[in-house]
Design a protein around this ligand. Structure first.
Ligand SMILES: [Zn+2]
Length: 379
């Protein structure tokens, strides 16, 4: 197995961790498992990254900047805000001390330039081998219907219209139908759901194209500079709500990291996001009732394993008593499932600095195991 390790250094000018602390941690982990990339960000303390780059490059490990795209900009930049189909700004949820989930317009060239300028201004001489683009999506049900039925600003409306979608029709349909707007004709585990109402369905398909165009543009910018590009994606089953179509965007990247977070009670947690769908569209007709067990994980792995770029299924390795109640057995089960599906890569998310020792131990123990089972489970 080859692993990516992820470290969150906060979003201020100063990193949460000293370079030496991170180097110690990485050294301990790499003595036990094979690591080929580190994803780290997005505080702006350049000297920390430079020290890390020297350490990592001597060991043949690539360092990628964890870079949020369509969300709150770095201080000093003023992004074009996202609007919903009702003509109102998409309001972000309450920001916590070190996280904010406020999303901005994906089709704005100005917003794309903020992302590239941020890289050039703060990170281009730190020794990064690539970027890992996060928040390449619309808001989710985190802020209710408004988040999912966005972005419909003037620019995006035009783009929707070019794709045959009239935003006023979409808004009228929701206002007439309420929850029934989201009635599902089918909702397969790969997330390519089909809504019964044609206008509703076409909205989501066009939104995927708008997000894909923006992601392909950003990825192209970084790749033209010789950088590798990774993408952070919602689990397939819920990705269509936020405009992520794996087939459309995987080809723009060197690798993808589907967030197969079965224990996370925060944005991108699969159960968490599904519960928000049920909360905001309780009357929507749907057969799907995802249970966060190992079979469910197989279904998600099956959906990504043949995509045209490398896949590093993302598993939470950190622990938090409220947000992510992982344990060693969960790590073992998840990594074993990845092996059993014929994949030989995984990403340890989203902060190895917060991972209990037992979790690292569980990953290290996977290495020598033999798995004969093939992916017959899902037929
Ligand atoms: Zn927009």
């Amino acid at each position: 197995m080859k692993y990516i390790l992820q470290i969150y250094t906060g979003f201020s000018d100063t990193s949460c961790y000293r370079a030496e602390e991170m180097i110690d941690r990485i050294r301990t982990i790499t003595s036990r498992i094979r690591v080929d990339k580190i994803i780290i960000g997005w505080s702006r303390e350049a000297s920390v990254y430079r020290k890390l780059a020297t350490f990592l490059h001597e060991r043949g490990i690539q360092m990628l900047l964890w870079l949020p795209a369509f969300s709150e900009g770095i201080e000093g930049f003023r992004p074009d805000q996202a609007m919903d189909v009702f003509g109102k700004p998409v309001i972000g949820p309450e920001s916590t001390e070190d996280q904010s989930f406020h999303f901005v317009c994906p089709s704005s060239g100005h917003n794309a330039r903020i992302v590239t300028d941020t890289f050039e201004k703060h990170f281009s001489d730190c020794g990064f081998d690539g970027v890992f683009l996060d928040r390449i999506r619309s808001q989710s049900f985190e802020t209710g219907i408004s988040g999912v039925l966005s972005c419909a600003c003037k620019r995006c409306r035009k783009s929707f219209s070019e794709k045959g979608v009239n935003i006023d029709e979409v808004r009228n349909l929701y206002e007439e139908q309420g929850d029934a707007f989201f009635d599902m004709a089918s909702w397969p585990m790969n997330g390519e759901f089909v809504l019964e109402k044609l206008s509703a369905q076409r909205f989501f398909e066009a939104k995927e194209k708008i997000i894909a165009e923006a992601v392909i543009g950003l990825a192209g910018y970084f790749r033209s500079k010789g950088l590798i590009v990774g993408l952070d994606l919602f689990a397939p089953v819920i990705s269509r709500f936020v405009g992520q179509n794996y087939l459309l965007i995987a080809k723009a990247a060197d690798f993808i990291k589907p967030m197969l977070y079965r224990k996370t009670e925060a944005p991108a947690g699969i159960g968490y996001e599904y519960a928000l769908f049920e909360k905001y569209a309780p009357g929507a007709r749907s057969e799907l009732k995802p249970v966060m067990d190992k079979d469910f994980l197989y279904s998600q792995l099956q959906a990504v394993k043949d995509l045209p770029c490398e896949q590093y299924p993302g598993i939470e390795i950190n622990y938090d008593k409220d947000l992510v109640k992982t344990d060693a057995e969960y790590i073992r089960e998840s990594l074993a499932a990845i092996r059993e599906c014929g994949l030989d890569r995984a990403a340890m998310c989203w902060d190895i600095m917060q991972a209990p020792e037992a979790h690292i131990e569980a990953a290290a123990a996977i290495r020598g195991e033999r798995h004969c089972r093939t992916a017959q489970k899902d037929g």
